[in-house]
Write a protein that binds this ligand. Sequence first.
Ligand code: S3P
Length: 409
Amino acid sequence: MPGDKSISHRSVMFGALAKGDTEISNFLRGADCLSTISCFRSMGVDIEEKGENVLVHGKGLRGLRRPDGILDCGNSGTTTRLISGILAAQDFDVTLTGDESIQKRPMKRIIDPLSLMGAEIESVRGNGCAPLHITGAPLHGISYSTPVASAQVKSAILLAGLYADGETRVTEPAPSRNHTELMLSSFGADVRTEGTTVTIRQAEELYGQKIQVPGDISSAAFFIAAGLLIPGSEILLKNVGVNPTRDGVLRVFRRMGGSIETTALSSGAGEPAADLLVKASRLHGVEIGGEEIPSLIDEIPVIAAAACFADGVTVIRDAAELKVKESNRIAAMTENLRAMGADVTETEDGMIIRGGRPLHGAVIDSRNDHRIAMTFAVAALAAEGETSIPQWDCVNISYPGFLEDLRKL
Ligand code: S3P
């Protein structure tokens, strides 16, 4: 599987802030992670291709320089939010923005806590979205409870916390992915987790690491779903990251009756990876909600598509965050699944899917959202007739080789 997107972003960012080199293998060369590389290059960080690997020559915590122009985060929420936490503490000012989708995504959720820490961040158009103008300032630690479980918000605060006087503490309503905590700790930061509270202390130095990025479970999810749905399938997916804050999709598909066997387990820098053997299975509807939502937030589109082929009703709730992803994924899923003949009702915070109706091909509006486009490639495989997905190139955001891999199967 191609490298994990969240971990790839973080390896470049933390490598840039470390002393010494960080060598990254299985780095995801998707457009989002390339946005992160280009932002750090424009702040003076030397990032090289070394064979298959990426080599980041760290500048240290105080080594970034003011970029000449505006920082372009492309389509990447992770780049925008995490970099803001870093920029809040630099000794220069900068404007950052991204594409049309990024300029609609909520940034108040990072502006509020970073401002409490002493940062000067302004939404240039005053709408709580990018472009953001950030003037670095001396920061101080805070204790902050985030209203939403978001690893991007948590990480922005923790990264600012590397620079802030004293201790910075973040409490979330439910645990979100913990890559920042695990990775910052291996880079030498003092980070502790107790329940849903993470505490970080001001850091003097981070140290370059060798990082092997595990395969992305969010990308694997498309093949897991396809393998479960298409009669006669048996697919072995190698080296899939199965960090427990990310593997909700496995739990849900198993709960639906899916056959997913773990055939090998390994672990590097606290990130477990597994080989997964998926076999076609008869699925049944389930309820999905509560604390498990953050552990499968990016996989809900493909779970919803699979639920259309399951017996009975699937209810997805507590997932209002889906409305503020790369697109409004609740609306995108409901509209496109209905176009294929599915019985789906949109709710305030999720969907109700009455499975068991055969789906037929349709023209899909991906809304330029990579996960919506790939989800409907999977739905199309299991549907009668032909499906066309005109805005297809967006899959390059997280999985440039998706179509090739799909063809191989
Ligand atoms: C990510 C966190 C999630 C996820 C996104 C990547 C990250 O967003 O949806 O694709 O790398 O931290 P939120 O933390 O905002 O839910």
